[in-house]
Design a protein around this ligand. Sequence first.
Ligand SMILES: CC(C)(COP(=O)(O)OP(=O)(O)OC[C@H]1O[C@@H](n2cnc3c(N)ncnc32)[C@H](O)[C@@H]1OP(=O)(O)O)[C@@H](O)C(=O)NCCC(=O)NCCS
Length: 136
Amino acid sequence: MDIRRARSCAELVAAEGLFDGPAREEWARRFLDAPGHLMLIAYVGDVPVGMVSGVEMTHPDKGAEMCLYELSVDEAHRRRGIGRALALALADEARARGCYGMWVGVDTDNGPALATYESAGAEDEGVFTMRGWALG
Ligand SMILES: CC(C)(COP(=O)(O)OP(=O)(O)OC[C@H]1O[C@@H](n2cnc3c(N)ncnc32)[C@H](O)[C@@H]1OP(=O)(O)O)[C@@H](O)C(=O)NCCC(=O)NCCS
């Protein structure tokens, strides 16, 4: 298994089976061009079997931190350490970028994700609720 950062729309589109829905070329391009956005893809041979995306967030009184945006491993390749390896690879990347920390929001009933983040060294920082705006 090999983990590589996606650099092209073609790589993102080829990994769309790991996303919640189909990739769109224009959004893939916007993702690649957006500062602080990155995706690491795990390959077995040439086949993408897992991905993690991250978005760097910066604030004047805090510095930069990494948000783990999405993590997904192909069902047939789960429970082999790929999810943990991807989370650790993103943490390494965040450290290299000078981020002081990394965080992820997880549904409280997502046992596999919670186990994966714990095994990658994340600590429980408490429960919070989320509010959203649909902007049409
Ligand atoms: C969460 C997910 C990425 C885990 O990927 P994975 O490659 O199977 O995880 P790993 O094999 O690296 O497992 C890491 C640790 O979590 C544990 N774990 C993973 N899945 C588990 C499960 N279903 N039940 C119990 N423990 C589990 C592993 O045993 C391992 O623990 P260990 O370090 O003590 O051995 C994968 O289940 C997935 O894609 N789920 C759907 C998408 C999702 O929920 N993403 C997270 C959104 S926040």
